[in-house]
Design a protein around this ligand. Structure first.
Ligand code: ZN
Length: 208
């Protein structure tokens, strides 16, 4: 049994039931007065997307488009990153690109075998191409990008094998509302700021 499987089993069923091969559903094992909603599964997609959202909020605070990513292996976060295009003046500094590089440094290998990358927005073609080269098992994203997404929104580079030499499992829509809300809030504020500055400066071009 995997470590994740053991954790899940011990969280759900007493040992004597496990030995009999009987697992109880989590809702049957909760202490009195504790709702299932209050329980946080530290191995779940929602938990790790929450970690990616924390990175996205760092981007927001730095006035970057708020997108964050984490790379997870064996239920451990091995790399975190947020979009830093403006900060680094580098158009390739998307959250996924930085997270992939950090993860490769952690595992000391360019192959991200057994890894899952969580990102708050569907990867663009550049990031999807890089992800395929690094060969993680899964990609989990928050909000879809129907115009430019390369995990099925516009095109699907993550599952284009052949001709590409690897394909990932893809899960979308995890904590979608939170991920969309962060982006919408950012662009709403940016438009408002642009309007204010444009009005006070006679319509001069402003950065955002
Ligand atoms: Zn990208």
């Amino acid at each position: 049994m995997t470590r994740e499987g053991r954790n899940r089993a011990s969280a759900q069923s007493p040992a004597w039931l496990e030995e009999l091969g009987i697992w109880l559903s989590p809702s049957l094992c909760l202490p009195w007065g504790v709702s299932e909603d209050a329980m946080i599964d530290l191995t779940s997609d929602a938990f790790f997307m929450g970690q990616a959202l924390r990175e996205a909020r760092k981007a927001y605070a730095a006035e970057e488009v708020p997108i964050g990513a984490v790379v997870v292996r064996e239920s451990q976060v091995i790399a975190r990153a947020w979009n830093q295009v403006e900060t680094l003046r580098d158009a390739t500094a998307h959250a996924e690109m930085l997270a992939l590089t950090a993860a490769q440094n952690t595992v000391e290998d360019w192959r991200l075998d057994g890894c899952t990358i969580y990102v708050t927005k569907e990867p663009c073609p550049m990031c999807a191409g890089a992800i395929v080269h690094c060969r993680p098992v899964r990609v989990v994203y928050g909000c879809p990008d129907l115009k430019g997404g390369a995990a099925g929104g516009w095109i699907n580079l993550l599952q284009a094998n052949p001709p590409l030499n690897h394909q990932c499992e893809v899960t979308g829509g995890v904590l979608e509302d939170e991920c969309v809300g962060l982006l919408q809030g950012f662009f709403r504020e940016a438009r408002a700021r642009k309007g204010e500055e444009g009005g006070s400066q006679g319509g001069n071009r402003v950065r955002r």
